[in-house]
Ligand binder design. Structure first.
Ligand SMILES: Nc1ncnc2c1ncn2[C@@H]1O[C@H](COP(=O)(O)OP(=O)(O)OP(=O)(O)O)[C@@H](O)[C@H]1O
Ligand SMILES: Nc1ncnc2c1ncn2[C@@H]1O[C@H](COP(=O)(O)OP(=O)(O)OP(=O)(O)O)[C@@H](O)[C@H]1O
Lengths: 230, 230
């Protein structure tokens, strides 16, 4: 049974703690703000009003027995760094730290913390990439050096089967899914258009005008393809 | 030339504005905090000290001419909602809104805003999924209903070729990449282990003990596979 401590119940810490608990992990939630402790009670295993810079209190609550500690104090760099120093001193190696700035990240890295999370920056980059090409609906970089992109099909692809397009060999990318609109009739006999997704595309599937395709491939290949199609 | 307005220069808004500008978009950054306006000047096309609930000021600065508006006021729900109402009234349809809570999201949805972004919650879910299985190193859900997972290879896969594993037909998932360690010799003749990535895996590639594989597939298929291998 996985055991985690979450220090700091801001939006990120709170959501991480409750999601872990909902999925069966044992979660100790820690904050100095009693309002948040009350709010999260029942949604985690135990919620403790404690200052994470209090080494004695951390030891008394057996923080060393955790499989990992999520340090989610963003705003107050001093509190975050002091807590990190204490966690390291207590021999805790599995630390995930949320940061609020590049400076904050750098300090924690110098302390040897390898899992650094900066949600607002990560999602800001994702949104910016999505916006930068009008035919791109979503763009995600993943840690394997691949990118996933969702885009409206280029005109030159319409009417072709996936086998004819031969994307893996021609462009070095793979198609994950095709989002399309299908005609349907409601119970009242009304004609409607429904959005559907084909998430196991086959060689004989035909690309239609207006389809949205979801592609994955090495970052450089995806970017080449985007630059060709816009 | 894509033109965007970013209202609210918190961590999310600031990063979105500067990333868009760095990539060639025209960016109008708006905030009431002069410190942030000064900080972002030079990193966007124009930075304006303006209250986004001031309809006259928005019109005077031609916000209707933008290709999109990023509404990045998280904390103050009233300011965010009031601004959203004004933007809708001015006929702006391409609105991306950052929210700080589910309630905030619900209100904006009722106003007809479809692109809702909640960075801390999205990244909290991603981290929680990653932590929940010790053999999983990263887990991402994407909007096409697929998941991407990075995991240490199950023992039963080692020694097999990708063709033998036949993951697409057997498990309904695709392998995107294989991360592995390779022996190498430094210039000083020292033997070292290097982490490398094979990002175009082929049918004849062999899975070795300790490899990390990156898989993609429909969410249910990925979850079945995770539950089998842990
Ligand atoms: N030393 C401490 N010990 C315990 N809790 C602390 C300590 N310092 C700060 N906190 C708590 O950490 C929580 C998160 O802090 P803060 O709001 O600064 O983070 P944030 O990362 O900006 O939040 P969000 O995730 O909402 O963006 C707060 O609820 C605060 O009470
Ligand atoms: N009516 C308004 N007009 C212009 N700017 C505003 C208005 N209301 C708030 N702001 C600005 O929006 C910015 C972001 O607000 P806030 O810090 O509440 O958002 P946040 O979403 O919590 O931030 P973060 O992205 O850092 O998590 C602040 O810099 C604030 O000055």
């Amino acid at each position: 049974m996985a055991k985690y401590a979450v220090i700091g119940l801001g939006k990120f810490g709170f959501n991480t703690a409750t999601t872990l608990f909902e999925n069966g992990a044992e979660v100790m939630a820690i904050d100095t703000n009693q309002v948040l402790i009350d709010e999260i009670s029942g949604r985690v295993t135990v919620a403790i009003n404690m200052n994470s810079t209090d080494e004695k209190a951390l030891k008394a609550n057996k923080i060393q027995d955790m499989d990992g500690v999520i340090l989610a104090i963003g705003n107050d760099i001093e509190e975050s760094v002091l807590t990190a120093v204490i966690l390291k001193k207590l021999g805790i190696s599995n630390i995930y730290a949320k940061v609020d700035s590049k400076v904050h990240a750098r300090i924690l890295e110098l302390l040897g913390i390898r899992n650094i999370i900066f949600p607002e920056e990560q999602i800001a980059h994702q949104l910016a990439n999505t916006l930068l090409s009008s035919s791109i609906l979503e763009y995600i970089d993943i840690s394997s050096g691949h990118s996933i992109v969702e885009l409206v099909v280029p005109e030159t692809w319409t009417g072709k089967t996936l086998q004819e397009l031969a994307l893996p060999t021609e462009k070095g990318v793979n198609i994950i899914a095709i989002k399309y609109t299908a005609k349907n009739v409601t119970e009242d006999g009304e004609n409607i258009l429904e959005r559907r997704i084909n998430d196991m595309p086959g060689a004989n599937d035909v690309i239609k005008d207006g389809d949205i395709i979801v592609l994955i491939g090495p970052k450089a290949k995806i970017n080449d393809l985007i630059n060709e199609s816009v």
